[in-house]
Design a protein around this ligand. Structure first.
Ligand code: SAH
Length: 258
């Protein structure tokens, strides 16, 4: 069934896991679309919504091709392009909008936000990001390694929590050790760290480390994990085997007595 003659491109973030963690506008837009484009992994997470749709499976690493194809299809049809987390955070929105601008395409598009990995993981680990924080991706596919190193060096001097996306993959197993080594230049070895693997998905696992411990052995971390390194005021909730999260006070204690 075709919904109307006018095309539209929805660039949709599905959040960290299955449809329970997606916003309503995202599921409505998928229902409204004629064609769904995304990779197996994400389409599997939202299977009930795409079962009776025309689906185009795309593989990782062909983002530019995928973006152009979606823009062309969206001239006449309603197309849903699926991204994990938020599409504007290390996702597909950037490249799609770059191409729309470059090609002066008049395509109608809408970016629909999703819960990004940093805040999804934070919700599982207390309140590690209560105030300012920063995120850095360790993927050097699109950003040169020297630029990542420079940003890390500056980020760890800010004293705020730092969330590392794309912390490790087969192609770049050493970037995480480099990042943790940089953190140790400025931060105490006792700094609390949370690793959240597969947040809000099957296989979810959470482990806590001190910065020095994770630097010693980061074997648990993989590309489906985010690593949250506490800021100068962050503390563990609980001790030893009973650690249940990280709290970064926002500063209420400077203003109120409680
Ligand atoms: N657009 C996505 C990020 C894509 S980059 C977002 O907003 O979340 C891919 C990286 O995101 C992964 O290497 C991992 O570090 C992180 N990531 C994405 N989903 C995750 C999840 N459910 N649990 C843990 N990390 C996740």
């Amino acid at each position: 069934m075709q919904s109307s003659n006018r095309g539209k491109l929805f660039i949709i973030g599905i959040g960290p896991g299955n449809t329970d963690f997606m916003i309503k506008r995202a599921s409505d837009a998928i229902r409204e679309s004629d064609i769904i484009i995304g990779n197996d992994f994400y389409l599997n997470l939202i299977k009930p919504l795409v079962e009776d749709k025309e689906v185009i499976y795309s593989s990782m690493g062909k983002e530019v091709e995928r973006a152009r194809r979606c823009i062309e299809l969206a001239e006449k049809k309603k197309v849903a392009m699926i991204s994990g987390g938020d599409p504007g955070i290390y996702g597909m929105a950037g490249i799609v909008i770059e191409i729309i601008k470059k090609d002066s395409s008049g395509v109608d598009y809408e970016v629909i936000p999703g819960v990004t990995a940093a805040t999804a993981a934070a919700s599982r680990t207390g309140s590690p990001l209560s105030g300012d924080y920063t995120t850095i991706s360790l993927s050097d596919l699109l950003t040169p390694l020297e630029v990542i190193e420079k940003r890390l060096d500056l980020a760890f001097q800010m004293g705020v929590p730092v969330v590392l996306y794309n912390p490790k993959s087969n192609g770049r197993p050493h970037n995480l050790a480099m990042a943790l080594g940089t953190a140790l230049k400025y931060k105490s070895g006792d700094t609390p760290v949370a690793v959240v693997k597969n947040s809000h998905r099957e296989g979810e696992e959470i482990r806590y480390y001190t910065l020095a411990e994770l630097f010693e052995d980061d074997g648990f971390v993989d590309m489906r994990s985010v690593v949250t390194i506490g800021g100068e005021e962050s503390e563990f909730i609980g001790e030893g085997e009973d650690i249940s999260g990280i709290i970064t006070p926002r500063g209420y204690d400077r203003k109120y007595v409680y």
